[in-house]
Design a protein around this ligand. Structure first.
Ligand code: FAD
Length: 387
């Protein structure tokens, strides 16, 4: 088999890249080790920056997003028993975010790929990369019980944090930067109308909580918990009780409903530099991870492949400059998002062992963001996404 771009991973990064290349007449093959059902059901991110939503619309996969996505022009910070609105739109010249689940983004992209009858192979096994520093890199894998080899002009490593592409880069090439956090998020998806009109980021002595949503009758709620939290210790009543304690305000309790999904998400910051080696280009979670507090993971993945698609198209037309500068261009945005995600996380979570001094610092920062137009603007422009 031969193609122009071999794409490993059918998450948001890999599928969006395939779509952008298709629009420019560049061939690609997408290889995914899980089933279609699995990738379409995996509940993850749900906040799209305006630039991400615009790109999906421009790529011709945004019709349902435009119909069903919920546009938000503000978020709320809750602390000291009060909520303070950050008017994202007013502070950023009218920019906004769109609430639309990553599951839906992936379903739309898979449907478009299949409609175009272009290669998207699910349940491939034993993916390995070869000859990355030649101009004919190869991907070997098993599919339908047969060994296959795919010769490419370039390989896009879009296979997430635990994928095979980043570890295929020889030792000594990459430099990695990492921070683990001593807490995680217990997230639920509940069949109940959201209790707030906008996202609520709540700072509380018992720990952080977040009210989010996936639709008019679907709430997505999170609680700060231990990284090794045992879900068996969290029956539904305990989850609701803890959420009520952290988020309910006087006279405004949280509407409860059946819990459809429950899981613990670890929190990590991670960057691998550079995001390329020879003819392999890493994109999305394969190259970097942010804690979810800033809602940046999915948006960074899409931003990377926008740059990569442009660079690949130019290179096939004779100008390889964009491929040489791919990593540097992406890393500038990645590090800004890393800082913002770390900053939001540090401001809102209680760290085990923190003393009263740390708590006072967090509250001072929250009061400053809620009362200073300059500080609120800084949060807003990062949240809606920098150009
Ligand atoms: C549980 C969870 C909750 C999250 N919640 C949020 C959130 O609330 N907000 C937010 O902004 N971000 C969140 N994120 C982060 C966000 O979902 C990711 O940043 C986003 O999925 C990145 O997209 P990606 O395409 O780079 O990687 P992925 O979505 O991880 O896609 C990688 C794909 O590669 C496939 N793959 C892996 N290994 C191989 C292999 N060897 N061969 C072939 N295919 C392979 C995987 O099956 C997967 O389909 C969350 C992440 C997780 C894990």
């Amino acid at each position: 088999m031969r193609t122009q771009v071999g794409i490993v991973g059918a998450g948001p990064a890999g599928l969006t890249l395939a779509r952008l290349l298709e629009r420019e007449g560049i061939e690609s093959v997408v290889l995914e080790d899980r089933s279609r059902e699995h990738v379409e059901q995996r509940v993850r991110a749900g906040v799209l920056e305006q630039g991400t939503a615009d790109l999906l619309v421009e790529a011709g996969v945004g019709a349902r997003l435009q119909r069903e996505g919920i546009v938000h022009r503000g978020i709320e910070l809750q602390f000291d028993g009060e909520r303070h609105r950050i008017p994202l739109g007013d502070l950023t010249g009218g920019r906004s975010i769109v609430l639309y689940g990553q599951t839906e983004v992936v379903k739309d992209l898979v449907a478009a790929r299949l409609e175009s009858a272009l290669p998207l192979l699910f349940e491939v096994e034993d993916v390995t990369l070869h000859e990355l520093d030649t101009d004919r890199p190869r991907i070997r894998f098993r599919h339908d019980g047969a060994d296959r080899e795919l010769e490419c002009d370039a390989i896009a490593g879009c296979d997430g944090f635990h994928g095979v592409c980043r570890p295929s880069i020889p030792p000594g090439v990459l430099r990695t930067f990492e921070r683990e956090y001593p807490y995680a998020w217990l997230g639920i998806l509940a069949a109940v109308a959201p209790s707030a009109d906008e996202l609520v980021y709540a700072h509380h002595e018992r720990g952080f909580a977040l009210l989010s949503l996936r639709g008019p009758e679907l709430s997505r709620l999170y609680l700060q918990c231990r990284p090794d939290e045992d879900l068996d210790e969290w029956p539904d009543e305990r989850v609701w009780d803890e959420l009520q304690q952290r988020v309910a305000l006087e006279g405004r309790s949280l509407a409860e409903g059946p819990i459809l999904e429950k899981g613990v998400t670890g929190m990590r910051s991670f960057v691998a530099e550079p995001m390329q080696h020879g003819r392999l280009f890493l994109a999305g979670d394969a190259a970097h991870i942010v804690p979810p507090t800033g809602a940046k993971g999915l948006n960074l993945a899409i931003a990377d492949v926008r740059v990569l698609a442009e660079a690949l198209v130019s290179s096939f037309r004779g100008d390889a400059t964009g491929l040489h500068t791919y990593s540097a261009r992406c890393l500038a945005r990645v590090w800004r998002a890393e800082h913002f995600s770390w900053w939001m996380t540090s401001m809102l979570h209680r760290t085990p062992g923190d003393d009263a001094f740390d708590l006072r610092l967090q509250l001072a920062q929250l009061r400053y963001v809620a009362s200073s137009t300059a500080a609120a603007t800084s949060l807003a422009e990062n949240y809606v996404g920098l150009p």
